[in-house]
Structures are given as C-alpha cells and as structure tokens.
Write a protein that binds this ligand. Structure first.
Ligand SMILES: *Cc1c(COP(=O)(O)O)cnc(C)c1O
Length: 226
C-alpha cells in the first residue's frame, strides 16, 4: 500500500472509533481529503485507495490538478477563501463550496453556475469567536445570509462550516463544534433543511464527530505535513 493509502486507512479507523463512541453510523460521515500544496500524484494515490472527495484551497492550483486528474471521478470541494472575482471558476469546476460568508459571492456563484451541472452545493462559513481567520459570517448575521442564499436558484444550501482556533483538550475542541450544530439546528427550526456540518480537521476530528460533523476536512493525517 502507498504511504497515502496506509494513512487513509488510519484516518478511516479514527473516524470509525469516534463514530462508535458517538453512537453514529460512520457511513454518514464524508471524509474530504484536503490536498492543498500536494501534487496530483498524491491525490491519485488516495483515489486508488478509495478516496473520492477532495478539498482544495486555491483555485489556480486546483485547476491544474483537476486537469491532471480529469480521468478520475472525483467530487471536488472548495474550502479556501473565495473572492468575488474568482467565482466563475469556482462555480464551473467544483461540486461544493464550503466558504460562503456573504451574499454577493453567493449571488455571483448562482449566476455563474453552468445550467448543465445541477445546483452547486454550498455551506456558509461561520466565524465563531476566536477563529484563526477573519473569514466567516458572524452568528448574528447568519439567519439573514442563510435566507438570502437559500432563495438563490442554482445553489443548494446544504449547511454550515467552521474553522475554529486549535485547542488541546477535547472538551475545548468540542465547544465551537457544538455551537455550530446548535446554529444549524436553529436555522432548521426556522424552516430551512440543512443536512451538513463541515467541521473537524486532523487535530480535532474526534471532537467534530462527537458533535455531529457530516463532512470532515482532513489534510495532514492523509498527505503528511505541508
Ligand atoms: C488545510 C485545511 C484543512 C486541513 O487541515 P489539516 O489540519 O491538515 O487536516 C481543513 N480545512 C481547511 C479550510 C483547510 O484550509
């Protein structure tokens, strides 16, 4: 087995163990292999080991890998910051965008989504306090943004994403993930139907699974250090 293949195997085992602790079905958790700064061959090795969903942060880098891997049936997730002048490529070449934090970007994606590709799956990135980036909508502004995005044709609003600051202890890691789940639940109580929580990375995937993550975004544990 390739290094990437054996590391993927270990990550799947971590997910299965955490799912068992949480009393959840591991099949309800999608592993996204975040491959920023890694060459196309590393993604191909992961694909050969059964991985199908890949996440990229930079559009130009992603386009190069998409061209090199056009023979593979990959589900492409965009997980990086998205500027409004880059939406056309994002809308055309990805299946999911995880990082919408303003209506302007969502409107452009909706307008630019090619009709033959079906709705673009999107998540709203929420800035819980203490994030490492400034991206993300404030929780207070989330309901209005969610209503606006849900009304756009061409987009399927699937859920919420967060990138909390690193924390050591599991209890500390769980707190922001729980908050994200509660925000999702309160939007659903207001009439939306969000099925996705995109949360959890290499260092905190167990905490994310325990709090209901449906999509884990894992880079280092699969591909090694960047
Ligand atoms: C890089 C990145 C990840 C993966 O992080 P690891 O700690 O390497 O698993 C997940 N989500 C986003 C948004 C990233 O930029």
């Amino acid at each position: 087995m390739s290094d990437v293949g054996s590391r993927l195997h270990d990550v799947r085992a971590r997910i299965a163990t955490a799912a068992e602790r949480a009393g959840r079905d591991p099949a309800a958790i999608t592993l996204i292999a975040v491959s920023k700064k890694k060459p196309a061959e590393a993604l191909r090795a992961a694909f050969d080991a059964g991985q199908r969903a890949f996440g990229e942060n930079y559009l130009q880098e992603a386009r190069e890998k998409q061209n090199a891997l056009a023979d593979l049936a990959i589900e492409w997730h965009f997980v990086g910051p998205l500027q409004s002048n880059k939406t056309k490529e994002a809308a055309g070449y990805f299946d999911w965008i995880h990082t919408i934090d303003r209506l302007k970007v969502a409107r452009r994606l909706a307008d630019q989504r090619p009709g033959d590709r079906g709705p673009l799956n999107v998540c709203l990135q929420v800035n819980l306090s203490g994030e490492t980036t400034k991206s993300g909508v404030a929780p207070a502004d989330l309901p209005a943004l969610a209503d606006g995005v849900a009304a756009l044709p061409g987009l399927a609003l699937r859920g919420l994403m967060a990138l909390p600051a690193p924390a050591e202890a599991e209890a500390e890691q769980r707190a922001p993930f729980r908050r994200l789940r509660e925000l999702r639940d309160s939007l659903n109580d207001r009439g939306l139907a969000l099925d996705t929580l995109s949360m959890g990375m290499t260092a905190d995937l167990e905490a994310a699974v325990l709090e209901g993550a449906t999509h884990l975004r894992i880079g280092t544990a699969i591909f090694g250090a960047r």
